[in-house]
Design a protein around this ligand. Structure first.
Ligand SMILES: [Zn+2]
Ligand SMILES: [Zn+2]
Length: 272
């Protein structure tokens, strides 16, 4: 079941009982992130919040998907494509990893790697311009640590701190259903380890950790931060390929890219 009513900023697809994929229809960019709604018996969870050009909690309530239970919005990390929409949620109901909480609280648009052009937004809200876009400061009500359990009543998700792409990147694991919400740690595309606060050694260690989960047979479906869901074999390939290619030469090449990226991001975010 897919829904994309005319003019509605969001699109959604029901993937299973209590599990929806949501995307921003008019953000036509390779950076368009996946957002997920997980419904529990006591509480609902949104994983990642998009750019924030339209209110995700209002949309979910209008669609009848939330509203009867408390709602927690959790970002897998604070990059703009995942955390820009957090300001639409009540601050007490926002959760990020502790390592990125300060940057989110001060609206640090360098650490959120804000990078958006007007041509990527095909139907912007009235009066909106890309140059004035910024991730707004949000004071998270809950700071996440590795091993924390997100309790939804009949469903429990465990926080895995998987730094590398960013310092506060997390995956969320629901062992009972074999679901892994992987954020930007793994997806079916070029993995990004050259941003400010990326770290190749940490990234390799995080991939090893995901391989261990696979070895224990605890992952059946990966719900990534970008592109389509995939299965355990693809996760194995993505994680082991990253580890195999992240040697010395990769580190040298990446540090050059990282310098250029950092300069470009600083220039782009001057004054944001
Ligand atoms: Zn990211
Ligand atoms: Zn992303």
């Amino acid at each position: 079941m897919a829904d994309g009513a005319d003019g509605e900023w969001f699109w959604r697809q029901r993937l299973a009982d209590g599990l929806y994929l949501i995307r921003e229809r008019f953000y036509e960019s390779g950076n368009r992130a996946n957002m997920w709604l997980v419904q529990g018996s006591e509480r609902d969870l949104v994983v990642d919040a998009g750019l924030g050009l339209s209110s995700l909690p209002d949309y979910l309530e209008r669609a009848g998907l939330t509203g009867s239970r408390p709602l927690l919005a959790l970002a897998t990390h604070i990059h703009f494509d995942h955390a820009g929409g957090l300001h639409h949620f009540p601050a007490g109901g926002v959760a990020v990893h502790r390592a990125e909480a300060a940057a989110l609280s001060r609206g640090d648009n360098l650490e959120t790697v804000t990078w958006l052009s007007g041509s990527e937004v095909s139907r912007p809200p009235p009066g909106w311009t890309a140059s004035s876009y910024r991730v707004r400061a949000v004071q998270p009500g809950r700071l996440l640590e590795d091993g924390d359990v997100i309790e939804l009543g009949d469903r429990q998700l465990t926080v895995l701190h998987t730094p590398g792409h960013s310092r506060g990147s997390i995956c969320l694991h629901e062992p009972e259903r074999g679901l892994l919400f992987s954020g930007d740690t793994v997806y079916q595309g070029a993995l990004i380890d050259w941003l400010p606060h990326s770290n190749i050694n940490h990234y390799k260690e995080s991939c090893r950790r995901l391989l261990k989960l696979l070895d224990r047979g605890q992952v059946s479906t990966v719900l990534p931060g970008h592109f389509n869901p995939f299965g355990p074999d693809t996760l194995h390939t993505l994680a082991s390929d990253y580890i195999a290619q992240a040697g010395l030469w990769h580190k040298v090449a990446t540090s050059a890219i990282s310098c250029v990226a950092s300069i470009a991001l600083r220039a782009n975010n001057l004054g944001r």
